[in-house]
Design a protein around this ligand. Structure first.
Ligand code: FPP
Length: 247
């Protein structure tokens, strides 16, 4: 009997952290309490991802659509983000984790922008591990921003319209310097992608976990990675072609 090969570890995992509100509601607590617990989960999951060997972890922390939430929830989330950045800086440095952001971060409150710049600057030389926070992020606005930048480059003569291709265009996305996600996880039992990394996840494996984000732990992350390991990624090819090595 052949022994199982080495476990397949996704290089880049992206997570839609969902279910904070329902977690709080089920306990008769304000929604913000769910987000507060969600921040604790972020710390646990960042550490667990590193232990598993996941080199890039992208977390959907605030969507472009989240501005439509009640004002007190938005300010609560911004406060938590500020608190998280202040509290995690030492931990990120100790564990050699680089922090990056994707999204229109220029619209975030000034204090949050300041903290973000501070943490991004302090961790910018780390190469082993990358934590990406998606903040005021939406795929459609990302495409609009990239299209604008691409058109400006064409006008300036640094890009040629005739050379337009996915490879060239993708260099104008927020994720230009990141590998594409191998695994996309959404918690809380919802089966939607919600305007998150739509182009980048073209070939990502998707795992939907029923667990609410505040309850999501290292074992749940490991279970998603194990599920990923059982999937066959074909990128449009046949199983036989994959087995024979790519043409
Ligand atoms: C979805 O739960 C979660 C969010 C909209 C925000 C996620 C934010 C955090 C986990 C905390 C801040 C993050 C960092 C990195 C400091 P929901 O409110 O939509 O839950 P529901 O669907 O049950 O209402």
């Amino acid at each position: 009997m052949s022994s199982p090969g080495p476990a397949k570890i996704p290089q880049h995992v992206a997570i839609i952290m969902d279910g904070n509100g329902r977690w709080a509601k089920a306990r008769g607590l304000p929604r913000l309490e769910g987000h507060r617990r969600g921040v604790e989960t972020v710390r646990t999951v960042v550490d667990a991802a590193r232990e598993i060997g996941i080199r890039y972890l992208t977390l959907y922390a605030f969507s472009a659509e989240n501005w439509k939430r009640p004002a007190d929830e938005i300010s609560g989330l911004m406060g938590l983000l500020d608190y998280f950045l202040k509290r995690e800086l030492d931990n990120l440095i100790k564990n050699r984790v680089r922090l990056l952001t994707i999204g229109r971060t220029g619209a975030l409150p000034a204090n949050v922008q300041r903290e973000l710049s501070r943490v991004v600057e302090a961790t910018k030389d780390f190469k082993e591990w990358t934590l990406v926070l998606a903040l005021n992020y939406g795929s459609r606005s990302e495409v609009a921003d990239a299209a604008r930048a691409y058109a400006a480059a064409v006008q300036a003569g640094t890009e040629k319209l005739a050379d337009a291709s996915w490879e060239n265009f993708s260099r104008y996305l927020y994720t230009a310097h990141l590998p594409e996600p191998d695994l996309l996880i959404r918690t809380s039992g919802e089966h939607r992608v919600s305007n998150f990394l739509l182009l980048q996840c073209a070939y990502a494996e998707m795992v939907f976990s029923p667990v609410l984000w505040p309850d999501f732990g290292p074992a749940d992350l490991q279970a998603a990675v194990d599920e990923y390991g059982r999937r066959e990624r074909r990128y449009g090819l046949t199983t036989e072609q994959i087995k024979a090595g790519r043409p």
